[in-house]
Design a binder for this molecule. Structure first.
Ligand code: LRH
Ligand code: MN
Ligand code: MN
Length: 429
């Protein structure tokens, strides 16, 4: 079977349709930004360098507990998923990594998988463990928790699973493990909070110690779901405490959907970066809970304020490693690849806007306690239409000036349907 290949020639031809509109728009913006003292070439370079991992589970249509509507031409194998990321990466030059969830994505032929990924310039980002679903091979259950379980033999199964995930990641060249736990309770009194947290801490320490020396552990938090009364790692404070308990290479992972309504996420970002403990980032957007909607589709200003702290932290907190960026969004009704292209665009827009913030002016205005001017400075950056910068960055990287328009005019989904069939069921969630 022929998998979809996007080469420079095809993309050049696509770009020729947009270049005449793009160039003057870009030059006009670049000129006005230079006048304000922005080093536009630096911004373009930073945009070209940003790489955001695509989670394997976002390549098929997501579902809810009420059902799932599959999308046509969905990837049925890990190979298919990697080649889908290859399409997105070729169009944007921003998706040079894939994040696997084990056991959903266990490779059969490691060499073939590695070769395929390398041929598409795709790296293996953090590997994710799954102790929120029982596996057929288990003779015990995670029904009452995994790493927190009162039964040490269940904790042992969950720890062993994490060690196997590390092994899988090692074989692929990944160098980080993300742990998200569904552990918690549904009713008051059901669980002893202290015991559950203590067990979790010991289990995580064991996993941390078993990682290779150059690996990082990312500990994800979430306030509720699937448990609805309590969650063991419910917030960034608990995650940070556990990361500090494990050691230097353990970090907190922020998933934008994992906060109660109106939480000031940008302040959490600032605090974690000050401590050098922001390890990973899952982008998505939400209206109500962990909705996993397209990045920037609901609260683009909040996304900008978060990026503003990320940019500040990347410049002022050398003790914080460059965070591992990932999109953790997947939706029911859109073409998953178009959804991811929109998410990447939103991430790049907010990043570019944050790079335009007049940091010196802002600091000065803060010193003067000039709240009006502080807001003016932030919103001047936020209200800039930075899309010509993104287009230029993609053009300079031989990607598509207009990814979605090109994806559509190249009929990529139809080709995938021809290769994979109309009624497909994505492996995974
Ligand atoms: C949990 C989560 C976590 C999981 C993924 C499937 O809500 O954000 O990152 O691994 O979703
Ligand atoms: Mn997540
Ligand atoms: Mn989530």
């Amino acid at each position: 079977k022929m998998e979809m290949k996007l080469n420079a020639e095809i993309l050049n031809e696509q770009n020729s349709r947009f270049i005449e509109t793009h160039k003057p728009e870009y030059h006009f913006l670049a000129q006005s930004l230079e006048k304000k003292g922005v080093q536009v070439n630096d911004v373009i370079k930073k945009l070209q360098e940003l790489q955001v991992a695509i989670p394997s589970w976002a390549l098929g249509a997501g579902g809810t507990r009420f059902g799932r509507f599959s999308y046509q031409g969905e990837p049925a194998s890990l190979e298919n998923k990697i080649s889908d990321v290859g399409i997105i990466h070729a169009l944007t030059n921003t998706a040079g990594a894939i994040s696997l969830h084990i056991p959903w994505d266990i490779p059969k032929d490691y060499n073939a998988i590695k070769e395929l990924a390398a041929s598409l310039d795709i790296k293996f980002d953090a590997v994710n463990s799954n102790t929120f679903q029982d596996q057929p091979s288990m003779n015990k259950s995670y029904r009452f928790g995994s790493l927190c379980n009162t039964d040490s033999s269940v904790r042992e199964i969950a720890i062993q699973h994490n060690l196997e995930v590390i092994d899988t990641g090692k074989k692929l060249g990944s160098n980080s493990l993300t742990v998200w736990l569904a552990d918690g309770s549904n009713f008051p009194g059901q669980q002893n909070f202290q015991e559950a947290l203590q067990n979790t801490k010991e289990s995580l320490k064991h996993i941390y110690k078993s990682m290779p020396d150059d690996w990082k552990l990312f500990i994800e938090y979430k306030p509720y779901e699937p448990n609805f009364y309590s969650t063991v790692i419910q917030d960034w404070g608990t995650s940070l405490m556990l990361a500090e308990g494990c050691g230097q290479r353990a970090y907190t992972l922020v998933d934008l959907g994992h906060h109660l309504p109106n939480t000031n996420i940008e302040q959490i970002v600032a605090t974690l970066m000050m401590k050098g403990k922001l390890g990973g980032f899952h982008f998505n957007d939400s209206k109500y809970g962990d909705d996993d909607l397209t990045v920037g589709s609901v609260k683009p200003y909040a996304l900008f304020l978060i990026w503003n702290e990320l940019v500040y932290g990347m410049e002022n907190n050398p003790n914080n490693p460059s965070p591992a960026w990932m999109i953790d969004a997947s939706h029911n009704i859109k073409d998953p690849l178009e959804d991811l292209l929109q998410s990447l665009e939103a991430i790049q827009i907010a990043y570019a806007q944050a790079l335009l913030v007049d940091q010196k002016g802002l600091q000065e205005a803060q010193k003067q306690q000039d709240a009006t001017l502080c807001q003016e400075i932030l919103q001047d950056a936020y209200r800039t239409d930075v899309r010509p910068l993104l287009r230029e960055a993609r053009l300079c990287s031989s990607a598509a000036i207009e990814p979605i328009a090109s994806y559509r005019s190249l009929n990529i989904r139809n080709q995938l349907i021809k290769e994979r069939g109309l009624h497909t069921v994505a492996s995974g969630l």
